[in-house]
Write a protein that binds this ligand. Structure first.
Ligand SMILES: [Zn+2]
Length: 198
């Protein structure tokens, strides 16, 4: 995974501060570029983890016996996994939460259930990239669709703190985006999954 070039980022922030044309105290000019560079790296930290490795680990956990006896049609919902992200259009942060419903794949009498921690990690990794709410929902669906134990997935991303650039463009309130794949693209099953996320 790529390592960010901190000195170049720092130099770029120095140029930005000077280009603002504002008389800034020396302390700001000395310290802010470094802090801003580190903050940007932190908000883009998701690029340093390959989501395929998380999928691999989830599959491995399932192989190691995470199957549980469960009745019903295997619909599971995990709600409100928080994230902070970086707007692709304005390079400004936005935050929200992702809710995930999936239909576990049935094998004999068992259903494969995913660890909530792995789902939260996936949201964190894909969130800390250059994103838009709708892209994050799509990325999560694409990655989760690769998990062996998942027959279908529905992701709802709700962004409460829209980036300042979007507010300037006239947006107000929350942005909600939803994507689905597999069995949860079926209207009947998806309807039940959506109720779990409401
Ligand atoms: Zn934006």
């Amino acid at each position: 995974m790529p390592t960010p070039d901190l000195p170049r980022l720092q130099a770029a922030y120095t140029v930005i501060l000077n280009a603002l044309g504002t008389e800034l105290p020396d302390l700001v000019l000395q310290r802010t570029p470094e802090r801003a560079a580190r903050a940007l790296c932190d908000l883009a930290a998701g690029y340093r983890t390959d989501p395929a490795q998380i999928v691999q680990r989830i599959d491995q956990d399932l192989d190691d016996g995470a199957q549980r006896s469960c009745s019903g049609d295997g619909l599971v919902a995990v709600r409100s996994l928080g994230f902070v992200s970086l707007c692709r259009d304005h390079l400004l942060p936005f935050s929200g939460c992702a809710s995930i419903a999936y239909q576990a794949r049935r094998a004999a009498d068992s259903l494969t259930l995913l660890e909530v921690g792995s789902l939260a990690e996936l949201v964190r990794v894909l969130g800390r990239r250059l994103q838009l709410p709708e892209l994050l929902a799509l990325d999560l669906v694409r990655v989760l669709a690769q998990v062996q134990g998942v027959a279908g997935v529905l992701v709802r991303v709700r962004v409460e703190q829209v980036c300042l650039g979007h507010i300037g463009a006239g947006y107000r309130g929350a942005i909600v985006s939803e994507e689905a794949s597999g069995t949860l693209r079926d209207i009947g099953v998806a309807g039940r999954a959506q109720k779990l996320l409401d």
